[in-house]
Design a protein around this ligand. Structure first.
Ligand SMILES: [Zn+2]
Length: 350
């Protein structure tokens, strides 16, 4: 199954802060960037572990350097995302904002976000599993990096009962379980979570925007490939795309896509390498990016910074929003979009 595009309008209401709080978001991202740039230089590709080329293609944005692996095509931030970096930005003092980004105090907002963003993802997975000849209701699901349980809740809504979410933030696990009225979310230390790939007993493993945050994502995928319980993996990752070039060009706007905790970036080539090396093959893909949404936002925020006439900024919205989805779909169909949802099947399954 191949699917392209997704309407932007339902997402726009969840992204308001990126327009109205550009300065705060930018400052927070730069603060994380400063922690990242204090880490030792990366000596090998985060994906394929090949040594850094002597003169790789590279670019600089917001004072950080990124280089391309010439073996698997992966885009690597120049520094290593060390244990100290992860401890500071995920579970230490730097994690407060992270939790704020991914949870919601307000129950109504939680379920609205679930419905707009996570239910379509769950429906996609359900449809793919049906196409694979599996009954989605009978499968066992493990959602890795479940946060406060948006995706777990979306699967529940569609009728899947056997769903467990794992997260490293105890605060989010407790908050999510309270919202869901269940104990479907379980806390794991980051070390246990990284080791869990070999021991998970579920067959459907999902990561929504998670694998790029793991310290050893390739090892995690290889361990899943060796785990006899696992049959399918759903993963969603940020990709090298026009959005990254926009970030290179617009340095004074918050970089939503590839900055802060995103210290490396997949592309079609490096994802294909990862799937093959870890014993999986692609069975479905849903390509939908936010590249055009980023053009819209970056122009909007830049005009605000220039103190342009509010009526002209309004005209920008009136001009661009009606054509945004159609333009994005062209990029999605070329498979160069900023995000993909991939379902992989274990290679031994016919
Ligand atoms: Zn590589």
């Amino acid at each position: 199954m191949e699917k392209f595009g997704k309407p932007y309008a339902p997402l726009l209401r969840h992204k308001h802060k990126y327009f109205s709080q550009n300065a705060e978001e930018l400052a927070n991202s730069k603060r994380i960037g400063a922690i990242y740039s204090a880490q030792p230089l990366r000596t090998e590709c985060k994906n394929c572990l090949t040594s850094k080329p002597s003169d790789p293609a590279s670019f600089t944005k917001q004072d950080l350097v990124y280089w391309f692996c010439d073996h698997c095509g992966h885009v690597n931030g120049a520094h290593d995302d060390t244990e100290a970096f992860c401890a500071q930005v995920y579970t230490g003092s730097g994690s407060v904002n992270y939790a704020r980004n991914y949870s919601s105090e307000d129950q109504e907002a939680f379920f609205k976000r679930r419905d707009d963003i996570y239910v379509p993802k769950a429906e996609f997975l359900r449809d793919v599993l049906e196409e694979e000849g599996l009954d989605p209701m009978e499968q066992q699901y493990a959602d890795i990096g479940a946060g406060s349980g948006y995706f777990v809740s979306a699967l529940h809504l569609l009728g899947m009962q056997y769903v467990v979410g794992y997260d490293v933030s105890l605060q989010q696990v407790e908050h999510g379980n309270a919202l869901l009225g269940s104990s479907a979310l379980q806390h794991m230390t980051s070390m246990d979570l990284e080791r869990s790939a070999s021991t998970l007993s579920q067959n459907i493993i999902t990561f929504i925007g998670v694998i790029e945050h793991l310290r050893r994502p390739t090892q995690f995928m290889k361990d899943l490939g060796q785990n006899p319980s696992v049959t399918h993996v759903l993963l969603s990752v940020p990709l090298m795309s026009p959005a990254v070039f926009l970030e290179v060009a617009f340095q004074d706007v918050f970089h939503r896509h590839f900055a802060g905790r995103h210290t490396h970036c997949y592309n079609e080539q490096s994802l294909t390498w990862l799937a093959r090396e870890s014993g999986f093959e692609e069975c479905a893909a849903w390509w939908f990016g936010s590249d055009l949404a980023d053009i819209y936002r970056m122009v909007y925020v830049t005009m605000l910074q220039q103190q342009q006439d509010a009526r002209v900024i309004e005209k920008w919205s009136e001009t661009f929003l009606p054509v945004l989805d159609e333009m994005q779909k062209v990029i999605d169909k070329k498979k160069i979009a900023s995000e993909v949802h991939l379902v992989l099947r274990k290679r031994f399954i016919s």
